[in-house]
Design a protein around this ligand. Structure first.
Ligand SMILES: *Cc1c(COP(=O)(O)O)cnc(C)c1O
Length: 390
């Protein structure tokens, strides 16, 4: 028996070797601090949990959900976009509920990209854009995110021959893995570029609520004319500590929403309605205060890591958003070598940057989803390990 040959296009899982070493170190009895995973450690707001407890008892919620999401849920997303971004969207035609935004990101690529098409993918980036493009039979084209450009893509560097075949442009700000942010000017440039080259601009806004030091990230839909070319992915996962619940939404261009909804109605039956009900409660609960407290917590954690890295002689950009730190490997190690070094010598797991694309080589990512005391301990151990090789 053979699986489909397209399965062989899925790039090797670069965390696999690291996972193996982490397991090995744990089996040897070492207390490994895992700073690799970007998954909030704090609980979901109690109001959301209580809304879920009630919603799960309702008989109507035990039946198939509405394919596109309940009208109440879609309206609550539309209300949030109005309140948070000053953006008007029609709940019926410009919003679709997602079983987490990852699901929508993957399926949108299937709905738009085919053999012969190019998908413009940032490098480094969340791996789903690249892998799903390959699976859909289309061609990913990496647009580098360089430190000297603030990790924003140089759209003018994309050759005309590529642009001719390009169908989608992916952007993700605030950015995973670099922690970079995009100005409104950049978003304007991206909207204009998409219009000029007949591209669907796909904005992954998973971290849009995770601004630090008072920074508030914009939605691409705030830009005039954005709805003609852009779709945005909003997720409750990171801001509400709800990664396990699987709830998000796609918002924006009605044609893209329609294509995604049509594909999804033939694939899945939408998120559990009780989860949608709980999400409505979360969005209606004036969550701004909750976000603010959470972002303060991430600021404190970020400062521990930035100071810790500085004490090791490693300069890192101080991110103004997300819960990631992106920094160069010490002693010119490759990212895999450095990740291996820290897990073996410090019992601290960090993510090798090369897992996010070729331009991630030479970089590492630390996630701040670990309590302060453990982060401090990790910084101490990493410093000691580096001392031992000086
Ligand atoms: C976490 C993450 C997502 C996916 O989040 P969901 O839980 O599927 O909503 C999407 N994009 C990026 C960049 C992420 O880091």
């Amino acid at each position: 028996m053979n699986w489909a040959s397209r399965m062989n296009m899925i790039p090797p899982y670069l965390f696999f070797e690291l996972d193996r070493i982490v397991d090995q170190q744990r089996q040897l009895g070492h207390d490994v601090i895992n700073l690799g995973i970007g998954d909030p450690d704090m609980p979901t707001p109690i109001k959301v949990v209580e809304a879920m407890q009630e919603a799960v008892t309702k008989n109507a919620n035990h039946r198939y959900p509405h394919y596109l999401g309940s009208m109440e849920f879609r309206q609550s997303i539309a209300r949030w976009y109005a309140k948070r971004f000053g953006v008007t969207v029609d709940a019926a035609t410009e919003v679709v509920a997602l079983i987490g935004s990852k699901e929508g990101i993957a399926h949108l690529i299937w709905a738009f990209a085919e053999v012969g098409d190019v998908v413009l993918v940032p490098d480094p980036a969340y791996p789903v854009y690249y892998t799903q493009t390959l699976l859909a039979g289309a061609e990913p084209y990496y647009v580098p995110l360089l430190e000297e450009r603030g990790f924003l893509p140089d759209l003018s560097s994309i050759p005309d021959s590529v642009l001719k075949r390009a169908k989608m442009l992916w952007i993700n700000y605030p950015n995973n893995p670099t922690g970079a942010i995009a100005s409104r000017d950049f978003l304007k440039e991206a909207v204009a570029f998409a219009g000029d080259h007949d591209l669907l601009l796909c904005s992954d806004a998973a971290y849009v609520e995770m601004g630090l030091d008072g920074y508030r990230a914009p939605s691409v839909l705030e830009i005039d004319g954005a709805k003609e070319v852009a779709i945005e992915f909003y997720s409750l996962s990171k801001p509400f500590n709800m990664t396990g619940w699987r709830i998000g939404a796609a918002v924006g261009n009605p044609l893209a929403i329609k294509a995604l909804g049509t594909l999804k109605s033939n694939l899945d039956s939408g998120p559990f309605t009780a989860v949608q009900d709980a999400a409505i409660t979360g969005l209606a609960s004036e969550p701004e205060k909750f976000f603010e407290a959470m972002n303060h917590m991430y600021e404190t954690r970020r400062n521990i890591v930035v100071n810790g890295l500085t004490a090791m002689g490693i300069q890192s950009p101080r991110p103004q958003a997300t819960f990631y730190l992106w920094f160069r490997t010490p002693h010119n190690m490759s990212s895999a070598e450095a990740a291996r070094f820290f897990v073996e010598q410090a019992h601290v797991a960090v993510t090798p940057g090369a897992a996010y694309g070729p331009h991630g080589e030479g970089w590492l990512r630390i996630s701040l989803t670990t309590p302060e005391i453990r982060l401090s301990e990790a910084m101490h151990r990493m410093k000691e390990a580096l001392k031992s090789i000086e």
